[in-house]
Ligand binder design. Sequence first.
Ligand code: ATP
Ligand code: MG
Length: 140
Amino acid sequence: MAAERTLSIIKPDATRRNLTGAINQRFEEAGLRIVAQKRLQLTRAQAEAFYAVHRERPFFQDLVGFMISGPVVAQVLEGEGAVARNREVMGATDPAKADAGTIRKDFAENIEANSVHGSDSPENAATEIAFFFSQIEITG
Ligand code: ATP
Ligand code: MG
């Protein structure tokens, strides 16, 4: 499989608890390379735009409020099958259902404050990477 890129976000529950390094160690140990990275405070409008696919879900406003409750780290991970590999390392959305050894099992607080985001398809990865990064900000 060719090297692929995916968008990863370390969410506010994790930055608040100073877990950025511990989480990124999991990605690097899994063979994913951080090829772009920035720490930022999302505005409400930016968080709503990023999660627009979920705007009809009952938890949408809560989710947006959570995502702007502190800084996030947006990053591009690169590696073989990066989209699927990232989601394996992340674990299930609900930490109570996540496999042992996954980031969400070990670090997430609950189904909403679940420490990390990962793109769910190569197509969405391309859109989500372009949301945060320009071509010149991504290295090898
Ligand atoms: P992400 O897109 O953040 O990587 P995911 O793909 O595992 O997570 P989605 O179904 O896309 O899960 O939901 C997006 C985010 O919305 C979840 O990561 C979580 O923060 C929040 N969320 C999902 N389901 C619920 C729920 N039932 N109650 C509260 N928040 C939820
Ligand atoms: Mg998702």
